[in-house]
Design a protein around this ligand. Structure first.
Ligand SMILES: [Zn+2]
Length: 428
């Protein structure tokens, strides 16, 4: 898409229309109550939550989109200096309340911007999104796919949220006399909390602003701000730390659970051994590092500290789901939307290996009965529109550099005993 027309989750650029995929902090950088650059399109749920996050925002700027329906916009093409029509459809992203992908169609072709998304095969919402995409695309192919590449690395493999939610319940169940605290963000993981509430027949304590969000989402019965009513509390992620857990345990036995797709390492307070049992990590190869992370997910639950568990409950797609999604769409070009991801590698690198030949796409098209697609899917994932040998070599070199940087970054974090903070990723 040409510059100056449409911005998605970008708020400082000069565009004619703006789109918000969802209200997580890393997608609203630059938005404020005083922002007034132009009309802002989002889902109905995001529109409902918007005023809570940005009180005083000029409501006349907000346009809520019906999910699964095409909307037409008349915009000015700066390259031709004439009016052009752009169609847009919001599609369920299965990430957090209100999260949507945006499918655009115009003179520039067809573009899908996923925002953050989870493509769980077992999820009804993902199936709904799949049907919407099929109906919307018909015989069209996606020219450019902007994809949530948070976990676009084969190392990231984790179970469905349904499975991970049961793991959380099992942990809580195994500590009947303990208080429980669960680290969450200002939005997201509501389904996990509801599941815990229903399975264990308890209310969940949340902080007052979070209770308001729950009420805005129509969740009135399962949450409370009265600590005396429950032993299970959902607390802001920034307040979830070893120090907090240790302080709480001086008063009452308390277990902390962090539902997260990211590795989460702890430092030993007062210890010189900041690697926290990871001293051999320095000698590891990249494969070992990936194996370590993979083990985390196959073993699923990790206890990093006597009071803390992490469970791989993620609102982002794991690598295999990203692969499924790309096979499903067979786009011509792919671009990652997360440039600061912990394991960032240009998504083209891994995905190019997956369908370097068109066979997977052919199979997919047959399977999905998209018989009308002409000429089969011959996508070569020409990142940035080119696939010549020189560029491929350059990309591989860049990948190696990137992996090196990523690993160094990981090792630095592990050796510092660092927690992956909300600054690293505001939601996972
Ligand atoms: Zn998000």
């Amino acid at each position: 898409m040409e510059r100056g027309m449409i911005s998605v989750d970008r708020w400082s650029e000069g565009s004619q229309v703006y789109f918000l995929t969802h209200l997580h902090a890393d997608h609203t950088v630059g938005l404020s109550p005083r922002w007034n650059k132009g009309p802002l399109f989002c889902s109905r749920i995001s529109a409902r939550l918007f005023h809570h996050k940005f009180p005083g925002f000029d409501t006349s700027l907000i346009r809520s989109l019906e999910i699964g329906q095409w909307h037409s916009l008349s915009l000015l093409s700066l390259s031709t200096n004439s009016q052009t029509t752009v169609q847009v459809m919001a599609i369920e992203a299965n990430h957090c309340p209100g999260a949507v992908m945006f499918l655009f169609r115009g003179a520039f072709g067809v573009t899908l911007y996923t925002g953050d998304f989870r493509w769980e095969v077992t999820s009804e919402i993902a199936q709904m999104g799949k049907t919407m995409l099929l109906n919307a695309l018909k015989n069209d192919k996606i020219d450019t796919l902007y994809i949530d590449n948070t976990y676009c690395n084969p190392s990231y493999s984790f179970p469905s949220r349904e499975v991970a939610a049961q793991q959380v319940v099992n942990i809580i169940d195994s500590y009947p006399e303990h208080d429980i605290i669960i680290g969450i963000d200002t939005l997201g993981k509501e389904d996990l909390l509801l599941y815990i509430s229903k399975m264990l027949k308890v209310k969940i304590w949340v902080w007052p602003e979070r209770l308001q969000t729950m009420h805005l989402l129509g969740l009135h019965d399962n949450f409370t701000t009265k600590t005396t009513l429950t032993r299970v509390r959902a607390v802001p992620r920034y307040s979830f730390s070893v120090e907090t857990l240790e302080a709480l345990n001086t008063m009452r036995p308390t277990i902390g659970i962090m539902p997260s797709g990211l590795p989460w390492k702890l430092k030993k307070v007062g210890s010189k051994d900041k690697s926290c049992g990871l001293s051999s990590l320095n000698k590891e190869t990249d494969n070992d590092l990936h194996m370590n992370m993979r083990n985390r997910y196959t073993n699923n639950i990790e206890k990093h500290h006597q009071y803390i568990y992490t469970v791989p409950y993620s609102d982002h797609s794991c690598f295999s789901e990203i692969v499924e999604f790309v096979k499903f769409l067979c786009p011509n070009n792919i671009k990652g939307i997360v440039s600061s991801s912990l394991s960032y590698v240009d998504p083209c690198y891994h995905l190019h290996n997956i369908y370097g030949t068109s066979s997977l796409c052919r199979k997919h098209v047959t399977k999905e009965e998209r018989a009308g697609v002409e000429g089969e899917c011959k996508a070569t994932l020409a990142c940035d529109g080119s696939d010549d040998v020189k560029l491929k070599r350059k990309r591989i070199k860049q990948y190696r550099l990137c992996v090196h940087k990523t690993r160094v970054s990981l090792l630095r974090r592990f050796n510092r005993g660092a927690k992956i903070t909300s600054e690293d990723c505001s939601d996972d």
